[in-house]
Design a protein around this ligand. Structure first.
Ligand code: ATP
Ligand code: MP5
Length: 267
């Protein structure tokens, strides 16, 4: 059985985040990875040095090429950069009836560089959230989406997850990586109940691309037919191993280790 997973995201020349992190994750989790590149970034462990968005024509041509021929079992979206790209992507995913869509609403890189135009947030709410089977905001992204600041506890996260669910996402995984607590707990809300994914916070600065890796691991699970809860559980194990064995590369924030999970499984 071949499981087909597609990432629609930005390229990270440094290899730790974006398309590169997604494809490594897809491969490690036994899926066939494909990509639609929305923007090139000149990026390394020290930050984003340039962003070069692709034309709408280029994005649409890549989507059509993949969807009209190979098809997909699940899709992950990452850096979409502007409202026009968001609209083109959502239109095409709708046209092909793609349902297993994981939306990582990437807005700002860890170094602070914008990866989404601020005026495109409305397009995320209007076009992307209603299409998502799972949306995986971190806390700052959740605050922008709901237009409220101050998410600082698990109770706040649960309230925010409900508000994002009410915007049309079928499942919300609100990530706790940015909480200043001992544990990094992610909260999954499916409209009925909450599932918690707690882990002891790992003391490392090398967390470049954690969000991308986690979301693409969920997409890989969905491509293989796992439920949202099962896929999130595996993704959590995958990202935890990857952070535990993160790589001290470059002079800044190094990438996580995408091979760690598979090597520990002994396969
Ligand atoms: N120090 C840490 N220890 C353990 N788990 C972590 C740590 N940092 C992040 N995580 C986990 O990694 C995953 C990604 O979360 P995070 O909040 O870092 O996403 P993000 O900010 O969107 O990432 P990115 O900045 O790469 O887009 C979540 O499952 C989160 O709980
Ligand atoms: C192309 C691309 N997509 C996403 C991120 C977010 O990852 P991080 O916040 O870890 O820098 C990134 N830096 N680059």
């Amino acid at each position: 059985m071949i499981y087909r997973a597609l990432t629609i995201a930005g390229s990270d020349s440094g290899g730790g985040a974006g398309i590169q992190a997604d494809l490594k994750t897809f491969q490690e989790l036994g899926t066939f990875g494909m990509s639609v590149i929305t923007a090139l970034t000149a990026q390394n462990t020290q930050g984003v040095h340039g962003v070069y968005p692709q034309s709408i024509e280029a994005v649409e041509a890549q989507l059509e090429a993949v969807l009209s021929d190979i098809g997909v079992d699940a899709v992950k979206t990452g850096m979409l950069f502007n409202a026009e790209i968001i609209e083109a992507v959502s239109k095409c995913l709708k046209k092909y009836g793609v349902e297993r869509i994981v939306v990582d609403p990437v807005m700002v890189a860890k170094g602070g560089h914008a990866l989404l135009h601020p005026e495109a947030v409305e397009a995320v709410r209007k076009h992307l959230i209603p299409l998502s089977m799972v949306i995986t905001p971190n806390i700052p992204e959740a605050e922008v989406i709901i237009g409220e600041e101050g998410i600082s506890s698990l109770a706040d996260m649960k309230e925010a997850a409900k508000k994002i669910y009410n915007l049309g996402a079928k499942n919300v995984v609100l990530k706790g990586g940015h909480l200043s607590e001992e544990e990094s707990t992610d909260v999954l809300y499916d409209g009925n109940e909450f599932t918690y994914f707690p882990v002891q916070r790992i003391q490392t600065k090398h967390t470049h691309g954690t969000g991308c890796t986690f979301a693409s691991a969920i997409a890989a699970g969905l491509a293989k037919g796992l439920s949202v809860v099962e896929a999130t559980k595996v993704a959590k194990e995958f990202i935890t191993c990857a952070i535990e064995e993160s790589l001290e590369l470059g002079k800044g924030i190094g990438p996580t280790n995408h091979s760690a999970y598979r090597l520990r499984q002994g396969s």
